[in-house]
Design a protein around this ligand. Structure first.
Ligand code: NAD
Ligand code: TYD
Length: 353
């Protein structure tokens, strides 16, 4: 089986690529990535010489390039993760999110439909377009309730609107052209190789450097956190066992109010850095809230657990400690990704806060 994994140099994609390359030596894995600010081949140095792995640099918004690549490679499956993924950036530059997340996905769907035209409509599972999405498409919850696979879409940010749109196109291609598709919607991920503009890696980095921790609003927003390797394992399970045309929610029933989570990270880091208890919490700085900030996300993951037998392998306490250790042990990785374009963007964002 030949699989093109898009966005394989990013945070989640790199963990998915590694898992597939190592676990399935007979599969041929092609990592297709544009290497934007978020894509980093240093995430994959341990597997880049494996015989069943190849990297192709390319842009999913380039329809001609994608069509040629698919015709030449004739993949049996696509696992699509490439995206612009940061809500704050989507507020500054929504069009880029439409280009990559919507147009890019439709380009991939078209190319898959073209090269698989003789395989469409058969009951045999002989090709698959797997679209990786987010729980943010469901909108924002109040204090109670969960997102189910049946929850109506109600995206509230340019990022989630672009992901929702791409999910709709994937389903439309399944319905209209009988393209074999599967979609999963996961909650917030955390873990190694997470770009330090998102809450957890940004705060770990800032605590280390004794920089302010910019908490949006009152820090009362709630996110549902899953260790990135557990998401990669869920993608493996859905890829192999998911029902064609179906959607699976992925999450670990692990909700945290931002401010509580931040205090846990501060306490662990005080211990690890030999600081007095409470020192890192002093860095907490309340800043202007994110525009249209979603209050709460919470995934009901019963379907994937009961139908496909997946469950998270790590408790949050263990996962967050492993994550902090990884960042403390990989200072060069952090220094590399916090230079250049990101640094400029960060500077601009930070000056505003
Ligand atoms: P990321 O921003 O870390 O990585 C995105 C990757 O896509 C990068 O390697 C980047 O270079 C690549 N990319 C961007 N534009 C591209 C283009 N035009 N052509 C080719 N490659 C391009 O993102 P992530 O956090 O790893 O998220 C991966 C996927 O999972 C996304 O689709 C995201 O919506 C989804 N998701 C993320 C989370 C999360 O918590 N991070 C949760 C649920 C779902
Ligand atoms: P983030 O990691 O950007 O993920 P998402 O917005 O996709 O859930 O943010 C997680 C939560 O942390 C969200 O409620 C916004 C908040 N946040 C801050 O308070 N300060 C920050 O600097 C960042 C990046 C996020």
């Amino acid at each position: 089986m030949k699989i093109i994994i898009t966005g394989g140099a990013g945070f989640i994609g790199s963990h998915v690529v590694r898992l597939f390359v190592k676990k399935y030596p007979t599969y041929e894995i092609i990592n297709l990535d544009k290497l934007t600010y978020a894509g980093n081949l240093n995430n994959l140095t341990d597997i880049n010489k494996e015989k069943n792995y190849r990297f192709v640099k390319g842009d999913i918004t380039d329809a001609h390039f994608i069509q040629n690549l698919f015709e030449n490679e004739k993949p049996d499956a696509i696992i699509h993760l490439a995206a612009e993924s940061h809500v704050d950036r989507s507020i500054t530059n929504p069009l880029e999110f439409v280009q990559t997340n919507v147009m890019g996905t439709v380009n991939l769907l078209n190319a898959a439909k073209n090269i698989w035209k003789d395989r469409l409509g058969t009951l045999e599972r002989n090709c698959l377009f797997y679209h990786v999405s987010t729980d943010e498409v469901y909108g924002s919850l109040d204090e109670g309730g969960f997102f189910y696979e049946t929850t109506a879409y109600s995206p509230q940010s340019p990022y989630s609107a672009s992901k929702a749109s791409s999910d709709h196109f994937v389903r439309a291609y399944h319905n209209t052209y009988k393209l074999p598709t599967v979609v999963s919607n996961c909650s917030n991920n955390y873990g190694p190789n997470h770009f330090p503009e998102k809450l957890i890696p940004l705060f770990i980095n800032n605590i280390q450097q004794k920089k302010p921790l910019p908490v949006y609003g009152k820090g009362e927003n709630v996110r549902d956190w899953l260790y990135v390797l557990d998401h990669a394992r869920a993608i493996d399970v859905v890829f192999h066992q998911g029902k064609i045309g179906d959607t699976y929610n992925i999450g670990g029933f692990n909700e945290w109010k931002n401010i509580d989570l931040i205090k846990v990270i501060c306490r662990i880091m005080d211990k690890k850095l030999g600081r007095v208890e409470g020192e890192s919490e002093q860095l907490i700085t309340y800043v202007t809230d994110r525009a249209g900030h979603d209050l709460r996300y919470a995934i009901d993951a019963t379907k994937i657990m009961e139908e496909l037998g997946w469950k998270p392998s790590l408790q949050f306490e263990e996962g967050i400690e492993k994550t902090i250790d990884w960042y403390l042990e990989n200072k060069t990785w952090l220094e590399n990704v916090t230079s250049g374009e990101y640094q400029n963007y960060y500077q601009e964002m930070y000056e505003k806060k």
